[in-house]
Design a protein around this ligand. Structure first.
Ligand SMILES: [Zn+2]
Length: 199
């Protein structure tokens, strides 16, 4: 009985908080700019433009298979608008992380560490870090902030037989990906998986 009332109070407080947020900081759909209620990411019609896609498997090196989970393809203008917006807005970045969390299999993937995918690409480093930080917090696992931290033989026990998820807003070039993955596979992880907004 007490639990029922606690849940009721919690949900009422959340609704009240979101209504106040709607008034103080109106939320707009990043694709068509019409007003939407918090905590929605897109309006209903733009949301319909995002159809789930199946994960793909990359064979970067012989026998090394890397699954890639993406929200959608690069051509999707709705998701592109959010990826563009999050370059300048922390709020949009949180929305993008929420989209990646809700529109991929990330909540169900085995994971011990979340690592930013753009580790070696400085212009996109900050964005990649922030997305990785957010997703690590949703996943309740440690966030490994850079490739430098992955280097060194002392890290081997830390990553050996562990599930590593590489995340970013966009897929990186194949050469960059090979560099990062070849570093990671030295530590013999249990798995390496990529999660991106679009591939
Ligand atoms: Zn819209």
């Amino acid at each position: 009985m007490l639990g029922h009332y606690t849940n009721y109070i919690k949900s009422t407080c959340t609704k009240l908080f979101l209504t106040v947020l709607d008034v103080l900081t109106p939320n707009s759909c990043p694709a068509c700019h019409q007003f939407i209620r918090h905590p929605k990411i897109f309006c209903a019609s733009c949301m319909n433009n995002i159809q789930p896609i199946a994960p793909t498997i990359l064979e970067l090196f012989p026998g090394i298979y890397i699954p890639v989970h993406a929200v959608t393809y690069q051509e999707n203008l709705t998701v592109r608008s959010l990826v563009q917006a999050q370059k300048y807005s922390n709020f949009a970045r949180v929305q993008l992380a929420r989209l990646m969390w809700s529109a991929t299999l990330l909540p169900y993937l085995p994971c011990d560490y979340v690592v930013p995918l753009n580790t070696y690409s400085s212009p996109r480093l900050t964005i990649s870090y922030k997305i990785a930080q957010l997703l690590a917090s949703y996943k309740k696992v440690p966030f490994v902030s850079s490739g430098i931290q992955l280097s060194g033989i002392n890290n081997k026990p830390l990553y050996e037989n562990k599930h590593i998820i590489l995340v970013s807003d966009t897929m990186v070039e194949q050469t960059l990906l090979c560099k990062l993955v070849s570093e990671l596979i030295q530590y013999v992880p249990a798995s390496i998986t990529i999660v991106v907004a679009y591939s």
